[in-house]
Design a protein around this ligand. Structure first.
Ligand SMILES: Nc1ncnc2c1ncn2[C@@H]1O[C@H](COP(=O)(O)OP(=O)(O)OP(=O)(O)O)[C@@H](O)[C@H]1O
Length: 263
């Protein structure tokens, strides 16, 4: 792994592909009589980091599950195109407690990839990238919550995803661990350049990480905001504060912190 200073000096990702990595056209999903997604159109260019905000129950996870292809039993219509290699990270790490950390990371990965590279070596490298070198033989129960999420990120990395889907991956972590995980996720994204769709409740998390923040409301993308700030971003940057204010307003939060009627 390159030293941190080198990674920070690395050029910013500036993907300009002709075809988007993800394309949703008229995506509709319903549960019984309730329409949760009501004709969502969305293109995500390769390498773009997109955060998805919205009130609880607005359909963020439903959208992410649809993109992940994890909703075959859900009624819906529309067209969806995604890259071949997609990884998903959830709020809980979903590590199998009876398998050691490295075995968890390698779960479902062939022993050798198409280029003949050894999976165990790639698993070790991925664990080192997320700061878990030396913990390969630990049991998941011996890791902290933050370390378990690091292992989950390593598991997603091993698949070399073109698209990383993350559903509130840091939602269960304490504030300081969450900030460290933001740094880690940004570094991994800058190094590997997958497209990212991150579902979050955290306006700061969205603004500090994403190129683009979407707000889902009444089954549609109500706001599509480009965050035009270089990486790495600081929580203390007043420009980030401006984006935060705009996103809070988009979510209907008044400057006094009260929700403005809600939806
Ligand atoms: N399997 C299901 N069966 C029935 N209703 C569902 C199912 N999954 C989700 N829903 C409903 O769809 C709506 C959207 O749920 P979803 O989990 O996508 O929202 P969300 O924006 O991710 O919410 P949160 O931020 O609270 O996680 C909710 O009203 C939820 O109750």
């Amino acid at each position: 792994m390159a030293p941190l200073t080198e990674q920070l000096k690395a050029p910013q990702p500036t993907p300009t592909p002709s075809r988007p990595a993800v394309r949703l056209t008229g995506l509709t999903r319903s549960f019984g009589a309730r329409t949760v997604l009501d004709g969502v159109d969305l293109d995500i260019p390769a390498g773009q980091f997109v955060a998805l905000l919205g009130h609880s129950g607005s359909g963020k996870s439903t959208l992410l599950r649809a993109v992940a292809g994890l909703d075959h039993d859900t009624a819906g219509s529309g067209e969806l195109s995604t890259p071949e290699r997609v990884s998903v990270v959830f709020q809980d790490s979903r590590l199998l407690p009876w398998r050691r950390v490295l075995d968890n990371v390698l779960l479902g990965t062939p022993k050798r990839d198409a280029e003949g590279r050894d999976a165990a070596g790639r698993g070790r490298a991925a664990l080192a990238e997320v700061g878990l070198a030396g913990r390969e033989n630990a049991w998941p129960g011996q890791l902290s919550g933050g370390e378990q999420q690091r292992a989950a990120l390593a598991r997603s990395l091993v698949r070399e995803p073109e698209l990383l889907l993350a559903d509130e991956p840091f939602g269960a972590l304490d504030a300081l661990t969450r900030i460290r995980m933001h740094t880690l996720l940004r570094e991994l994204w800058q190094r590997h350049h997958p497209s990212v769709l991150l579902v979050t409740h955290d306006v700061d998390e969205a603004a500090v990480l994403a190129d683009r923040v979407l707000v889902l409301d009444h089954g549609r993308i109500a706001v599509d905001l480009t965050v035009d700030l270089p990486h790495p971003r600081s929580y203390r940057d007043p420009r980030l504060g401006e984006y935060r204010e705009r996103l809070l307003a988009a979510l209907g939060v008044r400057p006094d912190g009260e929700p403005a009627g809600g939806n």
